[in-house]
Design a protein around this ligand. Structure first.
Ligand code: FES
Length: 104
């Protein structure tokens, strides 16, 4: 299991904002949803496209390539053409710093 990866200070990721960090070869999309941080693999489950290029809409993100939508809290696929969830990763906040990691 890999170590935690520093994302940013909590003050650098405000509600509604998102950023991408890498844990090894894994791109991780981290979003602040009303003060709660969530991390998902930055890879659409439809065709391996960067989800971070998409549009955050409330607690969902829409992939720009073909319009699949995912729940940012769970990674669940909400509409076609994606049917499988996006991998969700753990997040922790320690001393006002956000961390995540690929825990596979
Ligand atoms: S690659 Fe995301 S919807 Fe097709």
């Amino acid at each position: 299991m890999s170590d935690w990866v520093r994302v940013c200070a909590t003050a650098e990721l405000l509600p509604g904002e998102s950023t991408v960090v890498w844990d090894g070869d894994t791109p991780i999309l981290v979003v602040n949803l009303e003060g709660e941080f969530h991390a998902l693999e930055d890879r659409c489950s439809h065709e391996d496209f960067e989800l971070s290029a998409g549009i955050v809409d409330g607690d969902q993100i829409e992939c720009t390539l073909h319009g699949a939508r995912f729940d940012l809290r769970s990674g669940e696929a909400l509409c076609a053409p994606a049917y499988t969830p996006v991998r969700k990763f753990p997040v922790k906040v320690e001393d006002d710093v956000v961390y995540t990691r690929d825990d596979r």
